[in-house]
Design a protein around this ligand. Structure first.
Ligand code: ARG
Length: 488
């Protein structure tokens, strides 16, 4: 952590100095989230020519495919950016962001581990910091106008510095097709890709890989084999299963197979092991913040493994009420992070709750990988709430069975009361009603007493009669009516 802070300071000073000496006095500056791809490359030029801005191009390395991003820095400079930097944010991403996602078992719509949603706040925090260091008035991003990422970028910027102005060129410019964009690029000296357009839209980082568009736009289409790069096809995965053991300390993964590891290398390693066994593929229909349903495919070997294994440890170390309550908190956490509200009051409060629950989530979880599946096969903790004496049916039983009867009597008291006043006993027993006793079962047979008919019955009873044949239940209604009269 201390190291990260130092890196930050050094970097910021460099950025400010470099950008200030290179920039022109009369032009304002924009910090651009730069990826090196066609859209943001056109943007480097477009922001200069169309908006008359000096461009500071920043590429955040959060663990995407490319190992060496030096070419990205150079490409932006070649197109006239006054400063360009590819920042290695992987460690900070793991430590500051992914640790929290694991603590919250973060899965949007109970499925998607939020890889894109988690990386944006990290990148935005850096862009805002650099905007401050360089005196930039603007931040620009390359998101389209239909997705979640624009919402995340901009909501995070607004939350960190409401005075910063935002430019979203893809939403604004009239380069609507790839051909128009390539044509503009050629005319303005922006290098154009020589390879054919990629058939999918990809976003990837340490926490997994998202694949959208192309043939996937038909949700009936099985994802083609060529979309997957991190995971083997389960049918081609090794025939022998492999066991893994992950150690956690206060909810954070700290070791793999007995070897202490920082989170970043642990995730990299797990992606490799789980991917080899074909584990981590998702194919889902997802609800975007902007109201669109979309067909998304993901491969998330390490993230899904860690979330599953972490949750398995929670089942051992958290009591039932906390576990059940936390499940709702986890879902809420995932939803607001998906929605771009990383920097928000609710998110901070939920983090505090999650952090408190992690105090004793320390121990080890063992899982077996086999042809596309991961199965938890063991868990242990010094703080385990599992008690052998209470659980065992064998020797050493410490559970007081005699206490059960009294417990059950009180536990079921509300049901008993309901049954005699309104439920099965009131209706004349369960005979012939079937398990799903309902209005329908009673319709045309109101003499058997439907709760919905109680008001009628009470009305009639108060008038003094016409409840023949209802036995005890009817008498109780009369008694109730008499009481009411007495009270009046
Ligand atoms: N649907 C996912 C999300 O909103 C993934 C987005 C991936 N972005 C991309 N440009 N392909 O979090």
């Amino acid at each position: 952590m201390a190291e990260t802070a130092t890196t930050k300071t050094n970097y910021a000073t460099t950025a400010a100095a470099a950008a200030t000496s290179a920039g022109s006095a009369e032009r304002e500056k924009v910090v651009l989230a730069y990826s090196g791809g066609l859209d943001t490359s056109v943007m480097v030029k477009w922001l200069q020519t169309e908006k008359n801005l000096d461009v500071v191009a920043i590429c955040g390395n959060v663990g995407q495919d490319a190992e060496d991003l030096a070419w990205v820095e150079k490409k932006a400079l070649d197109m006239g950016a006054i400063y360009s930097k590819a920042l290695d944010m992987r460690e900070e991403y793991a430590e500051k962001i992914l640790t929290k996602a694991i603590a919250a078992n973060a899965l949007y719509e109970d499925t998607y581990p939020l890889l894109s949603a988690l990386s944006r706040p990290m990148i935005v925090e850096k862009l805002v910091q650099i905007a401050h260091e360089t005196g930039a008035a603007y931040i620009a991003h390359g998101c389209t106008g239909k997705g979640n990422d624009q919402v995340r970028f901009e909501s995070c910027i607004h939350a960190l510095d409401p005075s910063l102005k935002i430019l979203a060129p893809v939403r604004e410019w009239d380069l609507l097709t790839r051909e128009q964009e390539m044509d503009w690029a050629k005319r303005h000296g922006v290098p154009v890709p020589t390879t054919a357009a990629k058939p999918y839209s990809i976003d990837d980082n340490l926490w997994g890989r998202a694949i959208e568009c192309g043939v996937l736009e038909n949700p009936w289409n099985e994802p083609p084999a060529d979309i997957w790069t991190m995971t083997a096809a389960p049918e081609d995965a090794p025939d022998a299963p492999e066991e893994i053991v992950v150690g956690f300390e206060q909810g954070k993964p700290v070791s793999l197979n007995g070897e202490a590891m920082d989170l970043l290398p642990l995730i990299v390693k797990l992606n490799e092991i789980c991917g080899k066994h074909g584990y981590g593929r998702l194919d889902m229909i997802e609800d975007r913040v902007v109201g669109i349903k979309s067909h998304e495919c993901y491969e998330c070997p390490a993230s899904l493994a860690l979330i599953n294994m972490h949750h398995a440890l929670e089942t051992l170390c958290l009591d039932a009420a906390t576990l059940q309550f936390k499940h709702g908190i986890d879902q809420q956490w995932a939803k607001i992070v998906y929605d771009g509200l990383w920097f928000s009051q609710l998110k901070e409060a939920l983090d505090a709750f999650c952090a408190d629950t992690q105090k004793c989530v320390t121990g080890e979880v063992k899982a077996k990988l086999y042809k596309g599946s991961l199965t938890v096969i063991g868990r242990r903790s010094a703080y385990s709430l599992y008690e052998y004496g209470l659980a065992t049916y064998g020797d050493g039983d410490t559970f007081d069975r005699t206490a059960s009867k009294g417990f059950i009597d009180l536990h079921s008291l509300p049901s008993k009361t309901w049954s005699t006043k309104q439920g099965p006993a009131f209706r004349g027993g369960v005979a012939g009603e079937g398990l799903g006793s309902s209005r329908e079962a009673n319709d045309g047979d109101s003499a058997e007493g439907d709760p919905a008919d109680v008001a009628d019955v009470q009305g009639v009873a108060a008038e003094g009669g016409a409840c023949e044949g209802k036995g005890d239940a009817c008498e109780s209604h009369e008694a109730a009516a008499d009481k009411e009269h007495a009270a009046a």
